[in-house]
Design a protein around this ligand. Structure first.
Ligand SMILES: Nc1ncnc2c1ncn2[C@@H]1O[C@H](COP(=O)(O)OP(=O)(O)O)[C@@H](O)[C@H]1O
Ligand code: SF4
Ligand SMILES: [Mg+2]
Length: 330
């Protein structure tokens, strides 16, 4: 496989009563090896369910209705959607790790940091002696810049700050040298200074480890700091995709332009400059034409009648908007 991960025609549905409702529609993504790929969009656009589908973690009644997620594992090419629970658990943690917005969803308040790090390690390396586990845990804590790592090992989560917990979560996610790290809003709950530090740390770790990263965020500022390639999600679809320089320099989709105007500055004070008027239509309640039509300043008559196709504006830059192509989604 050329890429590390290839998502094709991914459709996710849920049940409302007895009715099947679409939440994600025909998403195609290629995650290259040793690259960082951003998924950006407002809340409710389908970012987290995409990440959860990759790891087989969709909660019932959500399910993958169609599509394929191929992964180039150490043991050869795998179709992640066809793995058993046991096989998925092996891939998770060892080859693909995930970090979430809330460290406490992954850390257990009743165990020390040490016990949680050893558990992650021993799950994939059952033969390790305690001394070896301790060395590895300390090394990881140092790499994520935890001050006083020995003392931190014996701490409980409530004794540590939000920024430290997020670093520990990153340390645990990286302890088995994963090839792919899925980071779902890893810094959203943190203040901007710590946020900038954690993003810098993730960049450094990526350089050192050759790990690919999928960075999920609602903030294009975070994408600018960390990603090489980016897909913009809106209402369960990709509406624009390009490398970061192209996306910021030649922004094509009106939705992406709105997100750009809404960027909060990293490192400095957090300012909300602008919010796009209106709300993301909920899953399944999509109009037949362009899903952004109700909120778009450039909306034309045809935008309400047909859905624009995702087409190439210039090589490598995709956009789903009638301002750039007449092509209709079939
Ligand atoms: N457990 C769930 N049950 C029902 N609907 C869900 C569930 N999780 C997510 N959704 C719906 O799926 C859509 C995409 O959600 P999500 O992927 O969480 O968005 P994002 O991460 O982009 O904020 C939303 O319409 C959301 O309401
Ligand atoms: S297709 Fe029309 S409504 Fe949709 S983003 Fe483009 S201009 Fe706006
Ligand atoms: Mg989310």
């Amino acid at each position: 496989m050329e890429n590390l991960l290839e998502i094709r025609n991914l459709k996710i549905t849920t049940l409302r009563g007895k009715q099947s409702v679409r939440l994600l529609d025909k998403v195609d993504l290629n995650i290259a090896k040793k690259r960082s790929f951003g998924i950006v969009g407002e809340s409710g656009c389908g970012k987290s369910i995409t990440a959860n589908a990759i790891l087989g973690l969709l909660p019932y009644p959500l399910r993958v209705a169609e599509g394929s997620i191929r992964y180039d594992s150490k043991a050869g090419e795998r179709e992640l959607l066809q793995l058993s629970k046991k096989e998925l658990r092996e891939v998770r943690g060892q080859e693909i790790s995930m970090i979430f917005q809330e460290p406490m969803t992954s850390l257990d308040p009743i165990f020390t940091v040490e016990m949680q790090m050893y558990e992650a390690l021993s799950f994939h390396h059952p033969g390790l002696a305690r001394g070896e586990m301790r060395d590895r845990a300390l090394e990881m804590l140092r790499r994520v810049n935890i001050p006083r790592p020995e003392q931190t090992l014996t701490s409980y989560p409530h004794q540590l700050s939000g920024g430290q917990l997020q670093r520990i979560m990153i340390a645990i996610a990286l302890i088995n040298d994963p090839r792919l790290l899925l980071a779902d809003e890893p810094t959203t709950a943190l203040d901007v200074t710590i946020q900038a530090q954690i993003l810098r740390l993730m960049n450094d770790l990526k350089e050192q480890n050759d790990t690919s990263i999928i960075m999920i965020t609602h903030d294009l500022g975070v994408i600018a700091e960390t990603c090489e390639e980016v897909a913009v999600f809106y209402a369960g679809q990709v509406v624009e995709q390009a490398n970061v320089v192209e996306l910021f320099g030649q922004t094509a989709h009106p939705y992406t332009l709105g997100l750009l105007r809404a960027v909060t500055s990293l490192g400095g004070e957090s300012r909300k400059l602008y919010t796009i008027p209106g709300i993301v239509p909920p899953g399944g309640q999509w109009a037949q034409g362009c899903r952004f039509a109700d909120r778009c300043e450039k909306c034309m008559e045809k935008c309400r009648q047909a859905m624009p196709a995702l087409t190439e504006v210039v090589p490598g830059h995709l956009c789903r908007c009638f301002l750039h192509s007449e092509e209709v989604e079939q």
